[in-house]
Design a protein around this ligand. Structure first.
Ligand code: SF4
Length: 727
């Protein structure tokens, strides 16, 4: 058996630890002596691992884990080996302008290595002028509401801050959003409503202090691999690990209790746990009385959710539900982690509400080793959200319709601001199709792959009168652009990034952008100047300095401190504050300081199975690929490990469909269809399918529905009814 076919996860720690050099990458790059080494961060997930880029001949030749607070020297396969995308021949190196007369089409595909049939090369002056003129013309002729912007959770805090400021002060509306809408918007909505803060209460590293860790709706080993290693360490050291998931995830092997429940039954399951806690006298009465409101309503609501009543819905025996509830409630310290299995539902906010209630009624929050941790997806989705890349809030989550908050930002930015919340990601797509939004500026996002119901999303992108895309590759979104601006990859710029633990960390530039590609902050400023904004930020440190004046949560952090300390956790309101790892220790940042318990009513998905669409499709990520695959599919080692889209399917279903493992399977939903190879996966339940969404050639979101959670406007990516048949 070769290594790639074994259970090795390719993290490369053995290579890093090998003292003799006997273990090395096959290409020998890591054995070359570097000319310089630059301390920076991993560009992929929200764990925020610190690393060092080793550079030779202006190329990254090796990546090494550093002793950062989130990784202690560890990296996963993406962080250690997924770096050569920056040197890929398909990097955009010159500005591009759509050729006259080349029509846009929802089904457009462009050869990313030879875009000349659709685009012509341009100078920066011309491309920036065309980009900005088109935006300014729409603002003038159609009004501020005709424009919208998508920023990126992969960019730095400074880029996110400037981009949302550009939309708010330059476009004149709050139509700015990013991929948080598609991952944890529901978690944040529930957290803000119930405890007044959308951030995690405790860092991942607190698992070492927890008697019990409960993980639900998170394939942690694939999506947050280094965080998962700390969970495994804790389990080995005696922490009770409870994993709840519709799929048997790899972490289930390390769990004391694994509960495989039916997809879409989260609310039934969580309310059953709450029912047991309330009816068996496991409530922390003192905590509930002193630190919460709404317990009587919650208690009344839970009366009908006995485990016996919910067991048939969840597919979990009542006694198992009781055991989970008892163990969680009676642990001295217990943490809850959750991922997009909870949040990506049309009832995602209610899923999160029920989880938050679990921690509140048991008093499992506000101490080390307790609390709530929604594992954030992209490397800077926490920071981009904090910086205001959200249509209803300014930086630091201050609502745009709050006159006090608006006055603060009008004073800081020197102009009147729109008092109305803007449109969210999917709402912007609908507004384009309704001829309301006509122009967009998209920085680093790839909605032509990441949005639900891609047929409609691509139709909307093609319909835009003016689309400016700023990216490092000609993505599926850039296919529809009028102007493409070649930007900088992560190792080509400096900036701050905030990980899932609320840690603000410095990413440092290691290499120069290729060709004429420019740094994102420079490009955003050039667009801003051309639409009439008088901006002159000397660099990311100048932007960060303004951010600390705008955001009390980071007021005590400055660039020099980040250089010195490497990472500072917010809230950090003053320079002498060490940064607060554990929050909500005394009060919650909400009206009277007491958390609100909010009942979660039983709901089901809108896109439910029927005779024609009997399977449930779950979409998600793979260990080796990240998000829409724009970077990792151009990282040679990662692509070699997982080069092809495969549909996970239970062996019993394969037999029923009379399809051999590895044969092509056609999936058809109410939104679209695709074909990919079947991969036998006994960790799924019969009737479930799994498809990663990183493969453009079998784009999973062609199948998903654009129905939204009413509170958070997040789509239900984790539950789509599909038919499966041999292709
Ligand atoms: Fe990068 Fe996340 Fe892997 Fe750490 S766990 S190396 S941050 S992808």
């Amino acid at each position: 058996m070769v290594l790639g076919e074994s259970s090795c996860v390719g993290c490369g720690e053995c290579v890093q630890a090998c003292p003799t050099g006997a273990l090395a990458t096959a290409d020998g790059l890591g054995t070359l002596a570097p000319e310089r080494s630059v301390d920076s961060l991993c560009p992929y997930c929200g764990v925020g691992c610190q690393l060092t880029f080793h550079v030779r001949d202006e190329r990254i030749v090796e990546v090494e884990g550093r002793d950062g607070p989130a990784n202690r020297g560890r990296l996963c396969v993406k962080g250690r080996y997924g770096f050569d995308y920056v040197h890929h021949p398909q990097r955009l190196t010159k500005p591009l302008i759509r050729r006259d007369g080349v029509a846009k089409s929802a089904n457009a595909t462009v050869d990313a290595s030879n875009p000349s049939a659709v685009f012509r090369e341009a100078t920066w002056e011309e491309a920036l002028d065309v980009a900005a003129t088109g935006l300014a013309r729409l603002r003038q002729t159609r009004g501020p509401g005709s424009l919208a912007g998508f920023g990126s959770a992969k960019g730095s805090n400074e880029e996110a801050y400037l981009f949302q400021k550009l939309v708010r002060t330059g476009f004149g509306s709050n139509n700015v959003d990013h991929c948080t809408r598609l991952c944890h918007a529901s978690s944040v909505a529930a957290l803000l409503q119930m405890i007044g803060s959308g951030a995690v209460s405790n860092p991942v590293a607190d698992v070492a202090e927890a008697e019990l860790v409960l993980i639900i709706g998170s394939n942690t080993t694939a999506n947050h691999p280094v965080a998962a290693t700390f969970m495994k360490n804790a389990a080995r050291a005696g922490t009770t690990l409870i994993v709840l998931d519709p799929r048997r995830t790899p972490l289930a092997r390390h769990a004391d209790l694994f509960v495989q429940f039916r997809p879409d039954s989260d609310i039934a399951l969580l309310n059953a746990l709450l029912h047991v806690i309330v009816t068996e006298g496991l409530v922390d009465r003192e905590f509930v009385a002193q630190r919460t409101t709404g317990f009587a309503e919650l208690e009344a609501h839970l009366a009908t959710f006995s485990p016996e009543a919910m067991a048939p819905l969840c597919g979990v025996p009542a006694e198992r539900l009781r055991e989970v509830a008892r163990r969680y409630a009676t642990a001295g310290t217990a943490m809850i982690f959750w991922g997009m299995g909870i949040s990506q539902h049309v009832h995602g906010t209610d899923n999160a509400r029920a989880l938050i209630s679990l921690a509140l009624v048991t008093g499992q929050i506000g101490r080390p080793g307790t609390g709530l941790h929604p594992l954030r997806g992209q490397n800077n989705v926490q920071g981009a959200s904090d910086a205001g890349l959200i249509p209803m809030v300014f930086p630091d989550y201050r609502r745009v319709d709050d006159p006090g908050a608006r006055a603060h930002f009008e004073s800081l930015w020197g102009q009147a601001l729109d008092p109305n919340p803007g449109l969210t990601v999917v709402e912007i797509v609908r507004a384009i199709l309704a001829d309301e939004v006509r122009g967009m500026y998209i920085l680093g996002e790839n909605p032509a792959m990441s949005d639900p119901d891609l047929g409609h999303a691509r139709e909307a992108l093609a319909k835009l009168e003016h689309l400016v895309v700023q990216d490092i590759f000609l993505t599926e979104t850039a296919f529809h652009a009028d102007v493409v601006l070649p930007a900088s990859a992560f190792p080509e710029k400096s900036g701050t990034f905030t990980n899932t633990d609320r840690r603000v960390q410095l990413g440092r530039q290691a290499i120069e952008p290729p060709g004429e590609a420019r740094q994102d902050l420079w490009i955003v400023q050039e667009i801003a100047r051309r639409i009439g904004l008088d901006w002159d930020y000397a660099g990311p440190d100048a932007v960060f300095a303004e951010m600390t004046r705008a955001m009390p949560s980071i007021a005590g952090i400055d660039w020099a401190r980040l250089e010195r300390e490497g990472a500072v956790t917010y809230p950090c309101p003053t320079p002498d504050d060490p940064g607060q790892q554990v929050i909500f220790t005394e009060t919650f940042p909400i009206a009277d300081g007491r958390a609100r318990l909010v009942p979660a009513p039983l709901q089901t998905a809108s896109d439910s199975p029927d005779e024609d669409h009997p399977f449930v499709l779950i979409t998600g990520r793979l260990l080796e690929h990240w998000h829409t695959g724009a970077m990792t599919r151009r990282a040679s080692k990662l692509e070699a490990l997982e080069p092809e889209a495969e549909i996970g399917i239970h062996p019993d279903d394969l037999a029923r469909l009379d399809v051999a493992n590895g044969s092509p399977l056609r999936l058809t939903s109410r939104q679209g269809e695709l074909v990919a190879r079947a991969r036998s996966d006994p960790d799924l339940q019969p009737g479930q399918l799994f498809l990663p969404f990183c493969y453009a050639e079998a784009a999973a979101n062609l199948l998903t529905s654009a129905a939204l959670d009413p509170d958070a406007k997040i789509p239900g990516f984790k539950f789509t009814a599909v038919a499966a048949a041999p292709a």
